[in-house]
Design a protein around this ligand. Structure first.
Ligand code: SF4
Ligand code: SF4
Length: 337
């Protein structure tokens, strides 16, 4: 397994890390089991966030008494310095630690700079030793580019998978040039990509640390096996990726859910990508009464446009939903998938 050094932070870990968002959906016992298994299997970097309900608490329980053996990054979505400090103290308490390796401003809408309350709070937290490194996460490429140019952050977390554009890839290269660590979120593009070997082989070509979201033991096992079976890019995998990119690229929903809630309760993050999901997973799972009912809610869209203002990929969500519904209705009527 290749090791990745995160810029000039001094953090060097295997290029195979744990994204702790999904463990908020499972019991504490199961989450602690998965986190420890990930550690035993070779993972050393664990990424969580204040916003992931009880994820920090589970991470804290899993690594109690062995804090120095792992690297933990977490995030604050604070908008004020008061909330920043409240979040930081909560994260420290739940993670059962007196320091956070990388503290990140979560889903930053802009690059916070010297003089901005949030950035000044970051500097103070680092001075006090409560955080070791200043990081940030973004979903908009322009914001991410500003962050790198600012030279103010030690790590950037950004979506990165084999569906990446040339501009996304340049971000990774620019981070390396700027001495910044690049943490890759959504390496499976929100569940759209299912070939873990191809995802890992792609990642191995870049100085990026993927944090794979793990909820089930079978998913964890997929990633842990790469500690034993070294994966690198081959012609066969390259051909597979090229074909998959051809099928998927364009206007597609990554399933992140940032656009929600919808005014009329449409499950946008699943319904806006139903056409892809239904062709990539066993179709029957998406044709149940439950999903038919969810899809039919698209007809209730009042085109208020609120979701569009929240989508980091600037998708025309009402149009995308209608396209998916049309396709779905045709499938229900017998069209082959
Ligand atoms: S535009 Fe339609 S999908 Fe978007 S929030 Fe409004 S009602 Fe929901
Ligand atoms: S429409 Fe945009 S914000 Fe909503 S789930 Fe899809 S990619 Fe995310």
């Amino acid at each position: 397994m290749r090791n990745i050094s995160l810029g000039t932070t001094g953090i060097t870990v295997p290029q195979n890390a744990f994204g702790a968002l999904p463990i908020q959906r499972i019991s504490t016992e199961d989450a602690v089991y998965l986190l420890r298994k990930a550690y035993d299997g070779g993972m050393r970097f664990f990424d969580t966030a204040r916003a992931y309900s009880d994820s920090e608490e589970k991470v804290g329980l899993a690594f109690e008494g062995m804090r120095d053996k792992v690297f933990i990054s977490t995030k604050t979505g604070a908008g004020t310095k008061e909330k920043f400090w409240e979040d930081l103290e909560t994260s420290l308490r739940l993670l059962k630690t007196d320091y956070i390796d990388i503290y990140q401003l979560h889903c930053a809408a802009k690059c916070y700079r010297e003089g901005d309350d949030l950035y000044e709070a970051m500097k103070e937290a680092k001075k006090q030793g409560k955080i070791r490194h200043i990081g940030i996460t973004a979903h908009k490429i322009g914001v991410a580019e500003d962050i790198i140019q600012s030279g103010l952050y030690e790590t950037l977390q950004f979506p990165f998978s084999y569906l990446a554009s040339d501009r996304d890839i340049k971000l990774v290269e620019d981070c390396a040039k700027a001495g910044m660590g690049f943490i890759a979120m959504k390496g499976l593009s929100g569940g759209l990509l299912t070939n873990s070997e191809a995802c890992m082989a792609f990642m191995s070509e870049y100085d990026a640390l993927p944090i794979w979201g793990v909820q089930r033991e079978s998913e964890l096992d997929e990633w842990l096996r790469f500690f034993d079976e070294e994966i690198s890019m081959t012609d066969e995998i390259r051909d597979f990726i090229a074909k998959d990119r051809e099928d998927l690229l364009g206007e597609f929903c990554r399933g992140c859910g940032y656009c929600m809630p919808c005014t009329v309760d449409i499950t946008i993050n699943q319904c806006a990508r139903m056409s892809q999901m239904i062709r990539r997973a066993p179709s029957q799972a998406w044709l149940t009464d439950y999903w038919q009912n969810e899809m039919m809610k698209i007809d209730n869209c009042v085109e208020c446009g609120i979701c569009k203002t929240r989508c980091p990929y600037e998708l025309d969500i009402p149009v995308l939903l209608k396209k998916n519904l049309k396709d779905y209705k045709e499938i229900l009527a017998g069209k082959e998938v």
